[in-house]
Design a protein around this ligand. Structure first.
Ligand code: UDP
Length: 328
C-alpha cells in the first residue's frame, strides 16, 4: 500500500485530499497543528485503518516513522484574514515548514507536491496569468507574508529538485471553494453566503470591479491528483478560468440564496488584486485536466453545506471581519 503524508490535513483542501487518497487506496498520514484547520473535517476518517493523524506543527522538525511514497504540503493559512492574524506562522510554514518537508522527502525518497498559489502573481499586470509571468508582489504589504512565503517555497522546492534530485511538483492554486471552507475565514464565498444566511447585507469591497475566477474543490483535487501522478516538475496553474467581477458575484449569491438583503460597499483592502484569471493551457496539455463543475452547480452544493451547519455555528463564529481587514 502506498503511503502519503498530507500536511494541513484538517483544513479545507487538505481534508478533501485525505478523502481522495483514501478513496484511491492509499495509507494516509494526516498532519496538522489545527491553527486554522478543524478536526471535524476529517473525523469521519479516524475509524479507518488506513488513516492516521499526527498533531504537529511542520515548522518544527518533522518525523514520520516508516516508508513514505508521497508528500503533499498543504499546511498554511490561506485567507487574507488569517495572514493578518497569524503573519509569523504564515511565513514560517512556507519557509521553515517546506525546508523540513523537503528534507523529509529527500530522506525517504518520496515525491513531494507543494501547494503554491496564484498569489505568487500578486496584483498581476499580465492577464490571464500564465506560468511564465513573474508577478507583481508588494513584499511588505498585508499579503506579503503569504505571497513571499509561497514564492520562497517555490524557490526552495526547485533548489531541492535541482541540487538534491528530489522528485518535486509545484501547483499554483487559484481561488477554490466548496464545503468545509471556514464560515469566518473572511474569503468572499463564505462571507457572502454567511451574510445571506444571517440576513445581513453583502459587503463588497471597493467598487466590486475586481475579478476572481472560482474553482470547485472536486475539480481542484482532481488537478492536484493528476499533477502528482505526472512527470511535470515546473509550476502549473490549476483553477477555473470562468472570471466574474465581485459585484456581479454578489448578485449571483443574492439570486442563489433568495435573500432580501442588498449589497453595501466598503473600502478596498490594500493590495487586493484587481484581476485574477488562470491561463490553464499547460494543465490542459500536460495533465489533460480542465474543470468540469460550473459555478452555479458548485455554489449550490456549497450553499447547501453552509445551510446545513447548526445555527450556533453560523452565529457563534466571529464573522464581522471587515474591520480587521482595513486596520492594516
Ligand atoms: N471580498 C469582498 N467582500 C467580502 C470578502 C471579500 O468584496 O466580504 C473581495 C475581496 O476584496 C477580493 C475578493 O472578494 O477582491 C476575493 O477575496 P478572497 O478573500 O475570497 O480571496 P483573494 O482576495 O485572496 O482572492
Amino acid at each position: 500500500m502506498k503511503r502519503i503524508l498530507i500536511t494541513g490535513a484538517a483544513g479545507f483542501l487538505g481534508s478533501h485530499l485525505c478523502d481522495k487518497f483514501i478513496k484511491e487506496g492509499f495509507h494516509v498520514i494526516g498532519m496538522d497543528n489545527l491553527i486554522t484547520g478543524d478536526l471535524k473535517n476529517i473525523e469521519h476518517l479516524f475509524k479507518l485503518e488506513n488513516f492516521e493523524f499526527h498533531f504537529h506543527d511542520v515548522s518544527t522538525f518533522v518525523h514520520v516513522p516508516g516508508k513514505l511514497d508521497y508528500i503533499l504540503h498543504f499546511a498554511s493559512p490561506a485567507s487574507p484574514i488569517d495572514y493578518l492574524k497569524i503573519p509569523i506562522q504564515t511565513l514560517k510554514v512556507g519557509s521553515l515548514g517546506i525546508h523540513n518537508l523537503l528534507g523529509l522527502a529527500k530522506n525517504k525518497g518520496a515525491r513531494i507536491l507543494i501547494a503554491s498559489t496564484s498569489e505568487v502573481y500578486g496584483d498581476p499586470l499580465v492577464h490571464p496569468q500564465t506560468e511564465d509571468y513573474y508577478g507583481n508582489v508588494n513584499p511588505i504589504g498585508p499579503r506579503g507574508v503569504y505571497d513571499e512565503a509561497k514564492r520562497f517555497q517555490e524557490a526552495m522546492t526547485m533548489a531541492y529538485h535541482t541540487y538534491h534530485n528530489v522528485d518535486t511538483r509545484i501547483i499554483r492554486i487559484f481561488n477554490t471553494y466548496g464545503p468545509r471552507m471556514r464560515l469566518n475565514d473572511g474569503r468572499v464565498i463564505p462571507a457572502f453566503i454567511g451574510q445571506a444566511l444571517r440576513g445581513e447585507d453583502l459587503t463588497v469591497f471597493g467598487d466590486g470591479a475586481q475579478t476572481r475566477s472560482f474553482c470547485y474543490v472536486d475539480d481542484q483535487v482532481d488537478g492536484i491528483y493528476k499533477l502528482l501522478m505526472s512527470d511535470y516538475t515546473r509550476p502549473i496553474n490549476v483553477g477555473n478560468p470562468s472570471e466574474i467581477t465581485i459585484k456581479d458575484f454578489a448578485e449571483e449569491i443574492i439570486k442563489l440564496t433568495g435573500t432580501n438583503q442588498k449589497v453595501v460597499y466598503k473600502p478596498l483592502p490594500l493590495n487586493d488584486p484587481l484581476q485574477r484569471q488562470p491561463n490553464i493551457t499547460l494543465a490542459k496539455e500536460i495533465l489533460g485536466w480542465e474543470p468540469k463543475v460550473d459555478r452555479k452547480e458548485g455554489l449550490k452544493i456549497t450553499y447547501d453545506y453552509f445551510k446545513s451547519l447548526p445555527e450556533e455555528v453560523l452565529y457563534k463564529q466571529e464573522h464581522n471581519t471587515f474591520e480587521k481587514y482595513v486596520k492594516i
